[in-house]
Design a protein around this ligand. Structure first.
Ligand SMILES: [Zn+2]
Ligand SMILES: [Zn+2]
Length: 235
């Protein structure tokens, strides 16, 4: 049985920091914050963390992820948050020391129940916003112990490792390279299906005129003339 959370200065503080990132507060930030707080309790970790012990997988981006970040101290920029973009308001929290992992999702009845916790809210949206702050954990959320289906050590990798792709010449960090027939490739060069932009084509020098940015949208595969982009007066 989970503990009940009613008045909660910790949550207020988290939501203040989360809302500051957006200039607004919304139900999904609250959900993210509540999940982060619950994860800390279930894993026995003091959050928001100042180290990198907790690793969080969020299953959607957007406001939700910032609620999670504010509560846990896990951020993309600290390599402690990863996006698994399944379009779900859910997250898995991993204690990288003990390897324990808990996945938390909204309770299936949370939306229906919300009205009871905020009967005077002026809209459904406001009801969610208010109710999600005060609903007990077991009415708002569901938590399951899970095991990771991926290699945590590989994912985290080691700082300072870098190689260069034999095809595109770009640097690859965090051991994300692919070894094939004695050569090293980045994932985009190794697997066409993973290339999310078209292959860049170097642009001949004569095409780099300062007017090229005025001729409509840049053509794919062209190197953008950056000098033209930031000096409009240069005709
Ligand atoms: Zn929002
Ligand atoms: Zn490459």
């Amino acid at each position: 049985m989970m503990e009940t959370t009613y008045s909660n200065p910790l949550l207020d503080d988290i939501l203040e920091r989360s809302a500051a990132l957006h200039r607004h507060l919304c139900p999904r930030q609250v959900l993210g914050a509540r999940m982060g707080i619950l994860a800390g309790r279930l894993l026995g970790l003091e959050l928001p963390q100042t180290n990198k012990r907790l690793l969080t997988f969020v299953e959607t981006d957007g406001c939700f992820a910032d609620g999670v970040g504010a509560a846990t101290g896990c951020w993309l920029g600290r390599r402690t948050m990863r996006l698994i973009d399944h379009g779900k308001v859910a997250a898995t929290f991993v204690d990288t020391r003990t390897r324990r992992a808990v996945r938390i999702r909204p309770h299936p009845q949370a939306r229906t129940e919300a009205r009871r916790y905020a009967p005077h809210a002026r809209s459904r949206w406001h009801a969610y916003l208010d109710a999600y702050r005060v609903m007990p954990d077991d009415a708002l959320l569901e938590a399951h112990w899970v095991e990771l289906n991926l290699d945590l050590d590989r994912l985290i990798s080691r700082p300072g490792v870098r190689v260069v792709c034999d095809r595109c010449g770009e640097e690859i960090i965090n051991e994300r390279e692919v070894h094939r027939e004695g050569q090293i490739f980045c994932r985009g060069c190794a697997f066409e299906g993973e290339r999310y932009v078209t292959m860049a084509t170097a642009i001949p020098a004569q095409d780099r005129s300062s007017h090229s940015h005025l001729r409509g949208l840049p053509r794919p595969g062209r190197v953008l003339p950056l000098s033209a982009a930031d000096s409009d007066g240069q005709q």
